[in-house]
Design a protein around this ligand. Structure first.
Ligand code: TYD
Length: 162
């Protein structure tokens, strides 16, 4: 996966809501990072704008979440993210209100790219899960949509006329 593909997948048609002809899975690709390894162990390098299609403005990580906890449960108006389980495992469920799929993050060299305006849930955290999140923006609570009905309304209002 290279940055050109990611950009094309995300911004086809110049929109970031429902893009006709571009399935959700293609707009939210799983990214395989290359790793440098030798007898001392493995090293994964992620450079903003190179391995992922945005400059990294913020990182945060989620750990110590029980298996029955559901995190996320929001969409973002402006932020793009890449989620990586640098340790342990978790599941990420994504929807744009029409299509949906779940990806299992199981390895430190895999990530899931999440463009703007995608509703996300993270859950099924293993005990040792450390979920690293790379974000394209600084934190701004006002760009979070935390109510699913409100999200669906926004998606419908911004969808191209069928
Ligand atoms: P929340 O968005 O609910 O976390 P998650 O998406 O992982 O379920 O954030 C939990 C709290 O942390 C909330 O009060 C907002 C705050 N927060 C920040 O201050 N900065 C950040 O970058 C993030 C992600 C959250």
């Amino acid at each position: 996966m290279n940055i050109t593909n990611l950009s094309n997948n995300t911004y086809v048609g110049g929109g970031y809501f429902h893009v006709e002809g571009c399935p959700l899975r293609e707009r939210c690709p799983v990214v395989e990072f290359s790793w440098l390894g030798d007898e001392r162990g493995k090293l994964v390098v992620i450079e903003g704008g190179i391995a992922i299609p945005f400059e990294i403005k913020r990182i945060f990580y989620i750990y110590d979440s029980d298996r029955d906890v559901i995190r996320g449960q929001h969409a973002n108006k402006t932020s793009e993210f890449v989620l990586i389980n640098v340790a342990g495992q978790s599941k990420v469920h994504l929807t744009d209100g029409r299509e949906e799929f779940t990806v299992e993050l199981t390895r430190p060299m895999m990530g899931i790219y999440i463009p703007r305006m995608i509703w996300k849930d993270m859950y099924d955290f293993s005990e040792d899960s450390v979920l690293l999140v790379l974000a394209s923006t600084h934190y701004d609570n006002s760009e979070y949509i935390r109510n699913y009905d409100e999200y669906i309304k926004m998606v419908d209002e911004n969808s191209p006329v069928q």
